[in-house]
Design a protein around this ligand. Structure first.
Ligand code: HEM
Length: 245
């Protein structure tokens, strides 16, 4: 079942009104401010580039974006498998994984006669950065993890629809389909992020008793995670711009 028709910004905000307001709300607030006004109504930045509605994408540019995105998702998905920090293991098999979906999409483009490019230096440098960060700075790494997966389900999907309208005869790629109810998958990951950042707040409950999670993040560690948001926007923004290259 494709979840693309069930998760809407309205529902997302409605969910925000009732759910447990944990650290994820802080991460979201910082991210929303880094949008421009034309990207999202909570955005506070002024835009320098044209709004998505005015984009004139090319298939070649879009392929560069998809290839670099796949490299980033491959990297994130390998990092949580390896789990250099035990808390990363919480983020295995969330249902948000995109690597296999992108592999299918790239196969489809190939079958259509397109040449699939090698990853560019933009994606390669982000992948390298993520690998390094994941081994030495778990709070900063989690910031990227959150932003990459959640951005794709919000603005990323909107961009996908617009690009498909303009150059793919409205074909919906696998990249924009999730198995199961997307709202629920996102909520499960929000709960896990909240738990990893502040498990101690939840007190003792046997099913949440994971020794390495008992230590909640200090205010400094939380702020450090939030401060990384700008870098996340910088890297993901440059990968998005490949669509127009
Ligand atoms: C959410 C647009 C780029 C991170 C959103 C929302 C929109 C949006 C419309 C939904 C707001 C709502 O819930 O009502 C865009 C557009 C972008 C863009 C048009 C670029 C052209 C980015 C980038 C990042 C990012 C580069 C960071 C890597 C997020 C996050 C959310 C979000 C974390 C919150 C998602 C959630 O609450 O589930 N964006 N965005 N966005 N965006 Fe973006």
């Amino acid at each position: 079942v494709s979840a693309t028709t069930t998760e809407t910004p309205k529902k997302r905000q409605a969910a925000g009104g009732t759910r447990d307001r944990g650290f994820v709300d802080e991460m979201r607030a910082v991210a929303m401010k880094l949008h421009t006004r034309d990207q999202a109504k909570e955005g506070e930045k002024t835009s320098e580039s044209p709004p998505v509605s005015k984009w004139e994408p090319s298939v070649e540019g879009y392929l560069r974006f998809l290839v670099d995105s796949k490299l980033v998702y491959d990297t994130l998905e390998t990092i949580v498998q390896k789990a250099a920090y035990p808390s990363y293991a919480e983020f295995r098999s969330t249902g948000l994984e995109r690597s296999e979906k992108l592999a299918k999409d790239l196969e489809w483009f190939k079958d259509q006669g397109h040449t699939i490019p090698e990853p560019s230096s933009v994606g390669a440098s982000y992948a390298k950065y993520l690998e390094e960060l994941s081994e030495k700075d778990p709070q900063a790494f989690i910031c990227h993890f959150y932003n990459v997966y959640f951005a794709h389900t919000a603005g990323g999907r909107m961009i996908g629809r617009k690009v498909a309208e303009k150059i793919l005869d409205n074909k919906e790629l696998e990249f924009y389909k999730w198995d199961g109810d997307l709202s629920q998958l996102l909520q499960n990951v929000r709960d896990k992020l909240n738990r990893v950042a502040s498990s101690a707040k939840h007190g003792f409950s046997p099913e949440l008793f994971v020794p390495h999670l008992l230590q909640s993040w200090s205010r400094e560690e939380k702020d450090h995670c939030l401060e990384e948001t700008e870098k996340s926007f910088k890297y993901s923004g440059s990968i998005l711009r490949l669509i127009l290259s």
